[in-house]
Design a protein around this ligand. Sequence first.
Ligand SMILES: [Zn+2]
Length: 448
Amino acid sequence: MRKQFTSFLLIITLLLFTNSLNISTKLYDFNHTEVKNTIAYLSSNNFKGRLSGTEGNLEVTAFIRNQFKNLGLEPFNGNYYDQFETNYPHRLQDNPFLRIIDKNGAILKEYQYGKDYKEEMLNFKNNYVVFNNKDALYQAETALQVSKGKDSFVFFVPENNKLTFRSSFMGNEDKLHSMYVMLTKETLADINKHIGQNKKIVCFIPFDVRKTTLNNVVGVIKGKDSKAPPIVISGHFDHLGADLSGMVYGGALDNASGISFVLEFTKYIKSLGPPDRDIIIAAFNAEEFGCLGSNHFVEKNLDRLKDARAYNFDMIGSNSVPLSIMGAKADSDKTDFVRSITSTFNKSKVNYNYLFEDASDHEAFRKHNIDAVTFCDSDMSKIHTPEDKVEYISTDAIDRAFNIVSKEIVKEGFGSDPMLIHYRKIFMYSLIAGLILSILYSIQVRNH
Ligand SMILES: [Zn+2]
């Protein structure tokens, strides 16, 4: 009787062992080096900063589409591309100038691009202005505003007197000024002096605003129940391009990192087998133009996204800060979805921060009351400057995000398969139990 019971236990243990071995060998080992290699590729000078509307952005769009295809994602609604129209800042072939001229138009002084002045990306509704002290001027210590009819031009001294920071392009909104130019405080003082002497200032920045067609890239892992609300995993792939001297804003952390994380993470999810519900993988374009890609995607798919849960990744790769759970401005730590994610952090003993800002693509979902957060290593020390480079990306931070998000996705998307969650433990326990039972069994066999 005892012997039969031991054999029975042994068989069960062996079954558990082979089953968990089977799952564990099928499971893809998430690899932070792969993530970092993709970040290096996407932030390289090849793609010149991935500005929406440029060749580099188009090439990255195609690259991601091919990756989705190779990963075995199905096209979302029959097409990987999700098309939309937008304004974008178009680079003209001329050179910029900022000059002081006399009454006859002769050049008295020429300022140096990149050293004395530089364009801000915010808008280029107009790109040329001539003015003197007869114009409507607003002069402050760190800014000069020139109004010309319905146009207004802003010259300003950026923080720390540095011309390296580049804002997002906001040319899709009407209320903004026509053009923004950064000046060092020395340049601004010098210009004010010349205005006082009734000289003319002339400035030209070779960008204008044009229309273009862009694409998000969207794929799907089909779940067992495609009618159930889906999970969305996303990141934006666009960035801020290059300045007029050709200096590239590579955007390694913002957000080559997030999209590279999503690509590698997708390999892991695919290896878990079919999820309970659809998992949509979305690469958004034109986030730097005011989350245009995500807004387009959400508004077009409101029915499909009802009760969905969206996980967005924007800046994964700095461990000098805790990982942030970013909700929308109107959210708080009491918001259900935020609380659910917080419990995963607490169980994993990972440090976290809350941010409640409409500062990334989660806002497109939250606007329509769809559960969404952005995971963000909110290290602002280098982003939107040419220093946002792959060499500063931390693989520990990549692993930290994976540690949390893998648990979240298993919880949300594979809840009916508890074996998956504990496969490593089951594997070890059944190995040990199997050994003990085998010894017991052989002892009993010998005694008979
Ligand atoms: Zn970003």
